[in-house]
Design a protein around this ligand. Structure first.
Ligand SMILES: [Zn+2]
Length: 283
C-alpha cells in the first residue's frame, strides 16, 4: 500500500516535470518564431529602454551646427525576388544597415517641434542628430521601412499625399517612431505648365491644399513640396497658412536660420554605400 502511494507521488512528480519542460520549450519556440518573422513587430519599450528618445534639446548655438534630413522613397527586398525599378528604390538591407549604424552610434532623432526650434535658431540639438523621411507613402514604406524603424527605435516620417486613400495603412503605425506629415493633399501631379502643380496654383488653391493635409493629419507645421518644386509664391502661400517648415529636394544638410520654407535634404539612392551614408551624416 505504502509502495503504491510512493508510485502515485512519483508519477505525479514526473508528469509535473514533463509539463514544465514542455511549457518551456513551447515558449522558446514562440519567441524564436516571432524573432524570425519577415515583418518585425513594433519594439516593446520600457522607460529605461526608451531613454534615447527623451528630449535632448540644448541651448541655441550649441551642439550640432547642421542637421541632415535624409530623403528616401521606396524600398525593395531582393530576398523576395524584388528588384530596384530606379534610383529611388532602396535595398531594405542597406536601409537596415543604416538604421543599425545610427542606433549603435546613439544618434538622436529629434521631434518635429525640436527641428522647428533648431531651424528657427531657438534651440540646439546634440552633435549626432538626424532626421529620416520617406516620400509618397508607397506600400513598401508600411511593409518594410516602418517596421524596421520601430525595431531600431529610429524616428521615421512618412511624407504622404493626403488626398490619396491611405485608410487601413496609417493607423497601425501611429507610434513613438512613425509619424506622418503632408506631401501635399492634391498637388502631387503636373500643373498647367507640365511641372509640379504648386508652381502654377493660386494662393487660394495652395491654402486649400494645406487645409486638406490639416484635415487629414490634424497638423500642418511641416510640408514637403511635391517633386521638390517651389517658388516664392508657393512659399508665401504656405507661410500665410501657418506652415513652419517645408522641404525641397535640393541637396544638403539643414542649418539654423536657413529659409525654413525652402529646406534641403540628403537624397538616398539605390546603391548608396554605408560609408557614403556615414559621410553624409557629417559627424
Ligand atoms: Zn513625391
Amino acid at each position: 500500500m505504502k509502495t503504491c502511494r510512493y508510485l502515485i507521488v512519483l508519477l505525479l512528480l514526473a508528469s509535473i516535470i514533463t509539463f514544465a519542460i514542455g511549457g518551456c520549450s513551447n515558449s522558446v519556440q514562440e519567441a524564436g518564431s516571432s524573432g524570425d518573422s519577415e515583418s518585425p513587430k513594433p519594439a516593446e519599450t520600457s522607460p529605461s529602454q526608451n531613454a534615447e528618445n527623451e528630449s535632448k534639446v540644448i541651448p541655441a548655438g550649441t551642439g550640432a551646427a547642421t542637421l541632415p534630413v535624409f530623403m528616401y522613397h521606396y524600398f525593395y527586398n531582393p530576398d523576395l525576388g524584388e528588384t530596384s525599378k530606379d534610383a529611388n528604390w532602396m535595398n531594405i538591407h542597406d536601409f537596415e544597415a543604416q538604421l543599425k549604424y545610427l542606433t549603435d552610434n546613439r544618434y538622436y532623432f529629434p521631434t518635429w517641434d525640436e527641428v522647428i526650434a533648431f531651424i528657427y535658431g531657438e534651440a540646439g540639438l546634440p552633435e549626432k542628430s538626424v532626421v529620416l523621411t520617406s516620400d509618397d507613402g508607397d506600400p513598401s514604406f508600411y511593409s518594410m521601412a516602418a517596421p524596421l524603424a520601430e525595431k531600431y527605435r529610429a524616428k521615421l516620417t512618412g511624407f504622404i499625399i493626403t488626398g490619396v486613400a491611405y485608410d487601413g495603412l496609417i493607423d497601425p503605425y501611429i507610434s513613438d517612431y512613425i509619424t506622418f506629415e503632408s506631401h501635399s493633399h492634391d498637388m502631387h501631379r503636373a500643373g498647367s505648365d507640365g511641372d509640379g502643380r504648386i508652381l502654377t496654383a493660386t494662393p487660394e488653391e495652395i491654402a486649400a491644399d494645406v487645409q486638406g493635409g490639416f484635415d487629414y493629419l490634424g497638423k500642418k507645421d511641416v510640408y514637403c513640396y511635391p517633386f521638390g518644386d517651389t517658388n516664392e509664391a508657393a512659399e508665401a502661400a504656405l507661410k500665410a497658412n501657418g506652415v513652419k517648415l517645408a522641404f525641397t529636394t535640393q541637396s544638403g544638410p539643414c542649418a539654423p536660420n536657413m529659409d525654413p520654407l525652402s529646406l534641403p535634404r540628403m537624397r538616398m539612392s539605390e546603391g548608396t554605400s554605408l560609408a557614403s551614408f556615414i559621410a553624409m551624416l557629417g559627424n
